[in-house]
Design a protein around this ligand. Structure first.
Ligand SMILES: *Cc1c(COP(=O)(O)O)cnc(C)c1O
Length: 454
């Protein structure tokens, strides 16, 4: 075998610490208390999360130790492989070197167990009996259900109603792991009942489902909330991606010029890109970092940077982030995991500091590129991941046009085995690109909280 295509670290090379980008940013914006408008403190978060996670959420320490039981569970599929996409390079006839970091080998099929397992661990240690959460396409719900099974914690998932009906297999995966899954908006919570009173046919959104989960966590001392993205501690846990990738590039004797990830709330993107950005900020090599978002939910390219709620009912702390407005309901989208109104504050901060670029891509183009990738590399990507593939292919074709051989790394955040219904729609010519409703977006942006520009 002349061509090496797989860079695999041994189990003992699994990172021992998580990396926190907040340590290397000049002045990250604090979360604000929704009542007082003051910066959030650890105690404010304790009604919904254990103290260790609350500390991580507010931490500016650069490295935080990964508990040994978490590392041992990671070792089932980590370090995850880094592949060189030689066959895709040949299919594109590009001088670019394309690599991808593949997270589809986890038991739930995506990067999400990296944080689900860590969160379940800290909650178990704190004596919590139940975790409540929201899920869009179901990847987060199934990852938390997996973690709940491993740590014997009950899991209650509010699943966005359109996805609940479009993706029955994800729901069955959650139930197989022992979790309870309810379509959202539901009649189980005040937040859900209020939405249904105004719009009985509401398709749901991540913002609404988050309100339902936070509400039941706040009202029951034995129940906590677990977030699948956006929050600082979630991006922290995902930093194993980029740290492993840096070691794997050393094995390949190469280094990326461009790092690309798809962005829903920003966790796989931040997890992959931040360790490279951190190295750059501490005097290392410069990397171009590109966040790929859906044109139908263009948080970074069309949203506003300001303080907003993470949920629809306004129960969460205020986060300074790029947002479409917490009341905005994006059109339904096959990459349900990218259908969120806001962006991780750390990603927003990096974008505002010009450390990151954003690109909005249409879903039909993404599926075209995802299928091109599958036929060259053999892996069927999650619809979310096709957004990163589309941008990577675009950059590889630019390299071809300019005759330059840059090194491109993208995150392949998960496999698409539960999303074949979306592939069917694409292959049969029925997939459309829904435009966002500009008037509804303007109305949602006008409803941003009063200290949005603070
Ligand atoms: C959830 C999900 C995403 C989007 O979430 P981020 O927090 O932005 O990473 C992307 N890809 C896959 C496979 C997912 O499951």
């Amino acid at each position: 075998m002349a061509e090496q295509v797989k860079y695999q670290l041994s189990e003992s090379e699994l990172p021992e610490t998580w990396y926190n980008l907040a340590a290397d940013l000049t002045d990250p914006s604090p979360m604000l208390h929704p009542g007082t408008g003051r910066p959030i403190e650890v105690a404010d978060l304790l009604p919904i999360m254990p103290v260790e996670l609350a500390r991580q959420e507010l931490s500016r320490e650069r490295e935080i130790e990964i508990p040994e039981p978490v590392r041992q569970l990671y070792a089932q599929w980590r370090p995850s492989p880094l592949f060189r996409a030689r066959r895709l390079e040949r299919a594109l006839d590009t001088p670019a070197r394309i690599y991808y970091k593949y997270e589809g080998g986890s038991p739930a099929g995506s990067h999400k167990p990296n944080t689900a397992i860590a969160q379940a661990y800290y909650n178990k240690e704190a004596g919590i009996e139940k975790l409540a959460t929201e899920t869009g396409a179901g990847q987060w719900g199934s990852s938390l259900a997996l973690a709940g099974a491993l740590f014997e914690i009950d899991v209650q998932v509010y699943m966005v109603k359109v996805s609940y009906h479009q993706k029955p297999y994800r729901k069955l995966l959650m139930e197989t792991y022992g979790a309870r899954c309810t379509p959202s908006p539901s009649k189980e919570t005040e937040a859900g009942r209020a939405v249904l009173a105004a719009d009985p046919d509401c398709p749901g959104s991540l913002g609404i489902a988050t309100s339902e989960a936070v509400e039941i966590a706040v009202n029951d001392p034995a129940t906590n909330y677990a977030g699948g993205s956006v929050l600082n501690h979630v991006l922290l846990h995902q930093s194993v991606l980029g740290q492993e990738a840096i070691s794997q590039f050393a094995l390949a004797d190469d280094y990326p010029d461009i790092v690309i990830g798809c962005t829903g709330g920003g966790s796989n993107f931040g997890g992959l890109a931040f360790p490279f950005l951190g190295a750059q900020l501490r005097g290392g090599r410069r990397v171009r970092v590109i966040a790929a978002e859906p044109a139908a939910c263009p948080t970074m390219t069309q949203g506003r940077l300001g303080y907003d709620f993470g949920d629809t009912a306004g129960l969460t702390p205020l986060l300074k982030m790029h947002t479409l407005g917490h009341s905005f309901v994006p059109p339904s989208l096959h990459a349900g995991g990218l259908r969120y109104h806001g962006m991780a504050p750390l990603v927003s901060e990096a974008l505002a500091a010009n450390l990151v670029e954003a690109a909005a891509v249409a879903q039909t183009k993404c599926f075209e590129s995802g299928i091109r990738f599958a036929r060259a590399e053999g892996i069927i990507p999650a619809p979310e991941s096709t957004h990163a593939i589309e941008v990577a292919i675009r950059e590889a074709l630019r390299c071809k046009e300019n005759g330059v051989g840059e090194t491109i790394l993208f995150g392949l955040s998960g496999h698409g085995h539960f999303d074949l219904g979306a592939y069917e729609r694409y292959l049969s010519g029925q997939m459309r690109d829904d435009a966002i409703d500009q008037e509804a977006l303007n109305a949602a942006l006008a409803e941003l909280p009063a200290f949005a520009d603070a």
